[in-house]
Design a protein around this ligand. Structure first.
Ligand code: NDP
Ligand code: MG
Ligand code: MG
Length: 330
């Protein structure tokens, strides 16, 4: 079984004795920074001079410096800017200001796993990765609870990197819920695989395939939207609460039988074969290389796909239907 750590395995005093820099103040950045501050930690934020996030930081009364200045001041530096930005920001502003005895922290292993960030000798490299979006992480902390998180140590130069990582996890409420021990490699590869095949890539194509099949066969797009997109949430909520068995217990026997007999005709050996291929591209680094090249080139494919999606019928129909659901506030 996975190794778990709770509050009693973590000493908050360790992180309270460090100068902390949080680089970036977006989804994860604001959650880590504010909860650490509330846990009695000395936190400063690193943001570019013209950054849009600066005003929000100042509203909270936190100090904001450039990423270079924040790194130079701090003992523990957590990088919470988007993954594809980390390589260049690290090279330009963070690496020159690191010294032996510092610790470099991440909330996702991507940059370290694929060698885009290489810490110098004598620097600890660790991860505290909440398994939820930053706004949930912050809200749970404020409510006296926490979001489970993954912890990993890639470089333990000080011999104290695990205690430091667990102390950070405690400071953001993670060990209230439970911290699970993993490695940078496992976290990165499973995270990418999950989003590509199931959560984002797989789900989106499944929803679109169902919607388009019904519309092509002459059914009303509004009905197809409800059936193939809107109701996904009802099913996912049941799985989230009680696994596949709660979902199958809650739906009708008719739906359950239809699912058991038709689902395997869609997700076939061929689909699983493709999943293995996608996993291979994650493991051998070719996906990471492709992503960085795409962003280096000004993200042509990304932008084209994002624009095309806005014009798809499922999107235009959905935009007309969602105002009917008063509980869905923008
Ligand atoms: P965000 O996209 O929310 O980060 C945005 C922040 O980064 C803003 O403060 C932005 O500043 C700043 N930023 C963007 N570009 C630069 C730059 N070139 N130089 C300096 N600052 C910059 O990131 P997330 O919080 O989503 O992700 C951060 C890390 O956390 C990633 O490693 C991600 O994989 C991981 N993670 C994210 C989760 C999530 O739910 N979002 C969940 C678990 C892990 P500005 O205001 O100027 O744009
Ligand atoms: Mg991810
Ligand atoms: Mg139905």
């Amino acid at each position: 079984a996975a190794q778990m750590y709770y509050d009693d395995a973590a000493d908050l005093a360790i992180i309270q004795g460090k100068k902390v820099a949080v680089i970036g103040y977006g989804s994860q950045g604001h959650a880590h920074a504010l909860s650490l501050r509330d846990s009695g930690v000395d936190v400063r934020i690193g943001l570019a001079e013209g950054s849009k996030s600066r005003a929000k930081v100042e509203e909270e009364g936190l100090r904001v410096l450039t990423p270079a200045e924040a790194t130079a001041e701090a003992d523990v530096i957590m990088i919470l800017v988007p993954d594809h930005i980390q390589r260049d920001l690290y090279t330009a502003e963070i690496a020159p200001n690191l010294e032996a005895g510092n610790a470099l922290f991440f909330a996702h292993g991507f940059s370290v796993r694929y060698g885009f960030v290489k810490a110098p000798e004598g620097v600890d490299v660790a991860m505290v990765a909440p398994k939820g979006p930053g706004h949930l992480v912050r809200r749970q902390f404020e409510a006296g609870r926490g979001v489970p998180c993954l912890v990993a140590v890639e470089e333990d130069a000080s011999g104290q990197a695990w205690d430091l990582a667990l102390s950070w996890a405690k400071g953001i409420g993670g060990t209230r819920a439970g911290a699970i021990r993993t490695t940078f490699t496992e976290e990165t590869e499973t995270d990418l695989f999950g989003e590509q095949t199931v959560l984002c890539g797989g789900m989106e194509e499944l929803v679109k395939g169902g919607f388009e099949t019904l519309v092509e066969a002459g059914y009303q797009p509004e009905i197809a939207y409800f059936e193939c997109l809107h109701e996904v949430k009802l099913i996912v909520d049941l799985m989230y609460e009680g696994g596949l068995s709660k979902m199958n217990w809650s739906i009708s026997d008719n739906a359950e039988y239809g699912g058991y007999t038709r689902g395997p005709r869609l997700i076939t050996d061929q689909t699983r074969q493709e999943m293995r291929k996608i996993l291979g591209e994650i493991q051998d680094g070719s996906y990471a290389k492709e992503l960085m090249e795409e962003f280096d080139a000004g993200k042509p494919t990304f932008t084209k796909r994002r624009e095309a999606e806005q014009n798809e019928q499922i999107e235009t129909v959905g935009a007309e239907l969602r105002p009917l659901m008063s509980w869905l506030k923008a």
